[in-house]
Design a protein around this ligand. Structure first.
Ligand SMILES: [Zn+2]
Length: 258
């Protein structure tokens, strides 16, 4: 039988597809550093990219989401390019002039990209259940699925947060670091901390404020409860060099597609 976490939407095809948690086109190498799953350990050998794939969508629902994979790839390619330029411009004389690089993204699309990654991460953890519905990993809450397929955006405090702390260095290393965030009483899945190429994001898939939970950033800083609040619906990411703007990513949250 075809396994599909979007089965509640109906219309599943009878063909199983294989889903990569993070689009494999993001990586230039066959193995990446993966940390944070209950089955991975710190400082182990890089894992083959294919280990982060599983059979959790039918072909119909997988192809309905292929646009998100393309945008995910564009996002991280942009980040990589802007970061490389920022480093190069940092070595230029202070008087150098340049044209600021700019790129635009749609906020709800980015949010959907991280919902998709979080659902996939949930499938890789044993016996995980969703907060709110207490359903199995393969059966996410209806509002999460509706948001993923662009039917109805998540409502705050659910949604995407940016979780970089001041002073944290980005190396763009080919890596994925995740933490599943669990409800303090029930251990149910409420969301995930996801760092791709060192860029750190939080996706909250429960209606409880993130300030009740704790995650730790890559440099060990506490995020959420008793720590730095992450930025909800971040609108700009600036890349500076020599005290001047080198690149800017703008994220538009106003365009809501129903
Ligand atoms: Zn399906």
């Amino acid at each position: 039988m075809v396994k599909c976490y979007a089965a509640s939407l109906g219309n599943c095809s009878d063909t199983q597809s294989r889903e990569h948690c993070i689009p494999k086109a993001l990586w230039s190498v066959p193995k990446i550093n993966v940390e944070g799953f209950s089955w991975t350990h710190k400082n182990t050998e890089p894992l083959p990219v294919k280990n982060l794939a599983s059979k959790i969508l039918c072909t119909t629902h997988n192809s309905a989401l292929s646009y998100l994979d393309a945008e995910c790839q564009r996002l991280f390619q942009t980040v990589e390019t802007f970061h490389a330029k920022q480093l190069a411009r940092g070595n230029l004389p202070r008087s150098s002039l340049w044209k600021v690089d700019r790129a635009d993204f749609e906020g709800t699309i980015l949010e959907r990209i991280f919902i998709k990654i979080a659902i996939c991460i949930a499938q890789h953890e044993k016996d995980l259940r969703w907060a709110g519905t207490n359903s199995e990993a393969i059966d996410p809450p209806k509002e999460v699925i509706n948001a993923l397929f662009g039917k109805c955006p998540l409502v705050s405090p659910m949604g995407l947060y940016f979780a970089m702390s001041v002073g944290e260095l980005v190396t763009n290393e080919e890596s994925v670091r995740i933490q599943t965030i669990r409800h303090p009483n029930t251990e149910c899945f409420v969301g995930a901390f996801i760092a791709i190429r060192d860029w750190q994001w939080l996706i909250n898939l429960s209606d409880t404020e993130f300030s009740h939970y704790t995650a730790r950033s890559m440099s060990g800083q506490q995020i959420g409860k008793d720590g730095t609040p992450p930025d909800y619906h971040l609108e700009t990411v600036n890349f500076a060099a020599k005290g001047k703007l080198s690149g800017q990513i703008n994220i538009d949250w106003d365009r809501v597609d129903h």
